[in-house]
Write a protein that binds this ligand. Sequence first.
Ligand code: C5P
Length: 232
Amino acid sequence: MAKDVIIACDFSSAADTLSFLDQFHGRKPFVKIGMELYYAEGPSIVREIKRRGHKIFLDLKLHDIPNTVKKAMRVLSQLDVDMTNVHAAGTSEMMRAAIEGLTRPDGTRPLLIAVTQLTSTSQERMQQELLIGASIQDTIVHYAVNAQQSGLDGVVCSPLESSLVKQHCGAQFLTVTPGIRFADAAKDDQVRITTPARAREIGSDYIVVGRPITQAADPVAAYERCIREFLG
Ligand code: C5P
């Protein structure tokens, strides 16, 4: 299975994103495009980064009625991204519809990953505000199993939940984990964090790294360090 470091390109314009990527010269890191950049620039930024030879994780976290998600996924499948995602809270029916929409006429499709519970949601808030009575860990495992049974390839989760998900869904079920920080660096607003080396030990397949690379004095060196620590 291909393990990799995905750079979260949380920029608000194509110009900032492309000048950031220009620094990498011959290297073609796997790139995550999120809502901010996609809503600012639309599909053209996806096409341009793809044209430059990068793999893309399009992180739009779809969550709507199954038919709407299916039709939206049909559009995204034509963008030739490598990975995209939905909220598992949209139900198994919605996740199956997403797979259907994403599958191209030739049978190929990008990897489809489910968001379980966002790491910004605390157990207390989940129970009191959303009236979900289970523990946050049980909810995450249950959502991951639903995603797997719906045919998805994996989940986005905190690195600390990665081994729990693997225990229930098997080693082949992908875990994509943000919340990565170098041992000697600032946490920013992330709470449950781990280092690239620890993420490897825990079994993450892909780590998503934003500010430790994008805000570094030398982003290429920070990326290389991530690769060295994560891939060993
Ligand atoms: O800058 P940093 O490394 O914290 O960026 C992490 C990236 O992963 C951001 O794009 C953030 O939106 C995303 N993410 C996250 N936690 C989640 C899901 C996505 O940090 N649970």
